[in-house]
Design a binder for this molecule. Structure first.
Ligand code: BJW
Length: 240
């Protein structure tokens, strides 16, 4: 691989599973306990704000518990960002902050961030670490009932799509880590990268609905497979 080659890493809930954050579609996952139509759509929020806020409050509290922290896979990607001369884009579907806590600086959160809220009137995004209630007033307009979690719900447009498409259309390596490939548009990224001539890798515990889109499938827990994959990228990028 040339040292200036582009690498796009897409991460999903599986990379944070070994940090104690639930995935969505595994048997014990979040969608086994909650109906996404009731907690992760704009319609659900319009119908019952308190229910949706409580869903995210619980997850925000979990993220801040002392036993939750970045794992070896997050750390390996942070090392890749720090040490390599590759053009690297880390795109995550996760709303947790575990990439940042591992030391990653440039992370694209295409589905938003749990530790931020957004004013529905002004569009302003602000940090938020505590529970969010319907009574909380927005710092920008001073009104209650204007703040919402800064996350992307079903039927909404994911964030930073132009930046992501630019990176996908010029990358030489694309790797999807710990994602089931069930949610658009992220499920189509491997096809876009492949059409651009990239080598595509899937790192997951098991085969997924989109495994056929990848040149290589690396099966196993992310804490084992990701550090080894990062070493491989370093080795291939090293001058011979
Ligand atoms: C491990 C591991 C370990 C475990 N090591 N691996 C009908 C009505 C309305 C909408 C639609 C519709 N039909 C289709 C749509 C579109 C919809 C969609 O895809 N729906 C399908 C589910 C049917 N998509 C959208 O609406 C998106 N917007 C959109 O498409 O806009 C139009 C557009 C088109 C083209 C370009 C641009 C825009 C928005 C999607 C928003 C997703 N939101 C959620 C919730 C909000 C955030 C939150 O609360 O956290 O985001 S849904 C949920 O799924 C969450 C995740 O980010 C996302 C992806 O899940 P992920 O990460 O793949 O997790 P899992 O659980 O599915 O998989 C975990 C994987 O890890 C598994 O494979 C395990 O094996 C593995 N694993 N342990 C390695 N230790």
């Amino acid at each position: 691989m040339r040292s200036s080659s582009g690498v796009v890493i897409l991460t999903g809930a599986g990379i944070s599973a070994e940090s104690g954050i639930s995935t969505f579609r595994d048997p014990e996952g979040i969608w086994a306990k909650y109906d996404p139509a009731e907690v992760a759509t704009p319609e659900a929020f319009a119908r019952d704000r308190e229910r949706v806020l409580e869903f995210y409050n619980r997850r925000r509290r979990r993220l801040r518990q002392s036993d939750v922290g970045p794992n070896a896979a997050h750390h390996a990607l942070a090392e890749l960002e720090r040490r390599s001369s590759l053009r690297l884009e880390i795109v995550t579907q996760n709303i947790d902050d575990l990439h940042e806590r591992a030391g990653c600086v440039q992370v694209v959160h295409m589905h938003g961030e749990l530790l931020k809220v957004r004013c529905e009137r002004s569009g302003d995004v602000m940090p938020w670490t505590d529970d969010l209630s319907v009574r909380d007033r927005c710092a920008c307009c001073g009104l209650p009932r204007t703040l919402r979690p800064h996350v992307v719900w079903f039927g909404e447009m994911p964030l930073e799509m132009s930046r992501i498409h630019r990176a996908l259309s010029t990358c030489r390596v694309f790797a999807a880590i710990g994602t089931s490939g069930m949610v658009t548009p992220a499920s189509g990224f491997a096809s876009v990268a492949r059409q651009a001539g990239a080598r595509t890798f899937e790192l997951n515990l098991e085969e997924t609905a989109i495994s056929d889109l990848f040149d290589e499938r690396i099966l196993g827990p992310a804490t084992r497979t990701v550090p080894a994959f990062v070493e491989r990228l370093f080795a291939e990028a090293a001058p011979t």
